[in-house]
Design a protein around this ligand. Structure first.
Ligand SMILES: [Zn+2]
Length: 212
């Protein structure tokens, strides 16, 4: 059994698995089962519209000890909107849904497609939000690239001393992600990685800070 608990005495190679686009009752739930079986904690970036549809799954994610983050309301390219619109109709709208379901709203957010402007990041930062990037894009969202062994290979080769891995748990067929997940956990575990949530990653390199 792999442990997600950090050991301060170990030379830390940490990895945060992140799953975007949930929640849903098929892939998100299968992913939760696998994470539980391996004792791994992950981070889920959820869209407001999917949370409204599957609030019980959101509660389950949180109850099982995973971190949650804001992925906007309906998966639009934020960079095409005004910063006020991004805040009101995407990030804050989703924050309200988080509050209704979980009683709090997370500070972490990730823009769909990574599409966001510096001005928008700065504006959201003033509102107390922190953008989470990724080091390794598994390409599990790309039908030409997402055979389970390709997902695994890409993650293993891109991670050198840890980082944040982008995976998906909703908005489309994520069965290859589900198939690849136990192998990802076993392979990274055998290479000495410890699994953690995004907030538990050491250093600030994974967050976008825009200084004024
Ligand atoms: Zn997404």
């Amino acid at each position: 059994m792999l442990s997600s608990k950090s050991n301060p005495e170990a030379t830390e190679k940490k990895v945060a698995l992140t799953f975007d686009d949930g929640s849903d009752t098929v892939y998100t739930v299968s992913i939760l089962e696998i994470l539980k079986a391996y004792g791994v904690k992950a981070t889920f970036f959820l869209t407001g519209e999917n949370m409204e549809q599957y609030p019980e799954v959101v509660k389950k994610i949180y109850r099982e000890g995973h971190e949650v983050g804001n992925h906007g309301y309906n998966h639009v390219r934020l960079s095409k909107l005004t910063k006020e619109n991004v805040y009101s109709n995407q990030i804050n709208k989703t924050a309200v849904i988080f509050k209704e379901i979980l009683g709090f709203s997370p500070r972490l957010y990730r823009p769909p497609y990574g599409a966001i402007t510096k001005e928008q990041i700065k504006y959201l930062e003033k509102k107390g939000y922190l953008q989470v990037r990724w080091l390794s894009d598994s390409l599990d969202w790309d039908p030409r690239e997402n055979a389970p062994e390709k997902i695994l290979y890409r993650i293993v080769t891109e991670l050198k001393n840890g980082g944040i891995v982008l995976l998906h748990s909703g908005r489309g067929d994520r069965s290859n992600t589900v198939t690849a997940l136990p192998r990802i956990i076993e392979e990274l575990g055998s290479k000495g990685y410890q699994f953690c949530t995004v907030s538990e990653m050491p250093g600030e390199d994974y967050f976008s800070h825009i200084s004024s």
